[in-house]
Structures are given as C-alpha cells and as structure tokens.
Write a protein that binds this ligand. Structure first.
Ligand code: SF4
Length: 200
C-alpha cells in the first residue's frame, strides 16, 4: 500500500478518524520567533520542537511530506486520500507552516475540492498575507494568526490563536482551548473564534 501523506488525528484531536492532518517540518517552513525557539528558559516553547516531535522517525516523516508537497501531483494525491478516508475535519500543520505561495495555492485547491470537510490551521507567515487571506476566504477554511510574547497583536485581520500570558486574550473575546476536541465538539473548526491556550 502506498505511504499516505495525510495522517489520523492525535490524542488531542481524536483518533477515531473524524480528524486527519498534514504536517511539515517545524522551523524550516515556519517563521519562528524567539518565543518558539528559546521561550522556555532558553529551550523551545513550540510543542513541535519538543516531545515526540524530536524523534528521528517523526522528523523524517515530516521531511518526506515536505518533499512530496513540492511535487506537481501533491494536491491531487491529498484530495484522493481525503476522499478515501472521508474525515469531517482537517488540521493543517500541527507542525510546520505555509512555506511559499505556490504551496498555499495547492492547499487552496485541496480545500476547494473537499467542500464537505472543515479545514483549519494557524500561521505565523505574515510575509504571505495576501495568499493566506485568499485561502482563508474559502467557506470551509479557518486560519488563525499565531500570537506569542514576540507578536502580541493580530496584524492579518484573521482570528488569533494566542498563548494565555499575553494581554490580547483579555482585551478581545477569546475562547480557551481545552486541548480535547471531542468534548469540545470541534468548535474551533466551526466558528472563526479567537483562541488561547495554556503555555506549557
Ligand atoms: S478549541 Fe476545542 S476543538 Fe479547537 S483545538 Fe481546542 S479543544 Fe479542539
């Protein structure tokens, strides 16, 4: 059987097949801030740079997915896989981010071709604002801007996903992510609410 590009959710998103994901390497595809890389007493705060994300097999799998995402048949293969497993929800980039505008265009093709799936992601790629906003205009896509101690305020006109120690979560309506999507009823896929989460 061919190796799949998309993977089932995780302990937070649920592993019953309602959620599938596509992940990329952290740092090389992101625009990491000092908080991401050194925010935890000099060590990375980003969850994608900790725990099981450091395992060589996990890192190798994300590198393979990056290489595959460069290919011209990437969007078609992901569409075929989504149509085969029929998830209700799709999470882009538990690890990683949009690394160029061509890739954002491929993601948009996938989102348009899977109108019954609710897609969501977060991004720090303020440098690709125009393409990110275009993708976010699709009715089944929600993109949030990642905020931390370096970027404390939204700049893209998107909802945000912020750590709980910055002022913005008290200044604007924001919902706490309880890190357990099944009892939460996948609320943040359904509405473009601002979110915050506990810094680990
Ligand atoms: S807000 Fe709810 S649905 Fe969204 S990631 Fe957190 S627990 Fe999951």
């Amino acid at each position: 059987m061919a190796r799949m590009l998309i993977t089932k959710g995780n302990h937070k998103l649920g592993t019953d097949g309602a959620v599938y994901c596509f992940n990329l390497p952290a740092v090389s595809t992101c625009a990491p801030t000092k908080w991401c890389l050194e925010g935890k007493d000099g060590e990375p705060s980003c969850y994608a740079l900790n725990g099981r994300f450091k395992w060589p097999n996990v890192k190798d799998a994300y590198e393979w997915r990056y290489e595959e995402s460069l290919k011209s048949d990437f969007a078609g293969r992901v569409i075929d896989e989504i149509n085969k497993v029929t998830p209700q929800f799709f999470r882009w980039h538990v690890s990683g981010d949009f690394y160029n505008e061509e890739y954002i265009g491929k993601v948009e093709e996938i989102v348009i071709a899977t109108p019954n799936v609710l897609h969501r992601t977060t991004t720090r790629r303020r440098d690709f604002a125009k393409a990110v906003l275009q993708l976010n205009s699709q009715p089944n896509m929600i993109i949030r801007e990642s905020l931390d101690t370096v970027f404390r305020n939204p700049t893209l006109g998107l909802p945000f996903a912020a750590i709980d120690s910055i002022d913005i979560i008290n200044e604007m309506d924001a919902t706490e992510c309880k890190e357990d999507c099944i009892p939460c009823e996948y609320s943040c896929w359904k509405e473009p609410v601002n979110m915050y989460f506990k810094e680990k």
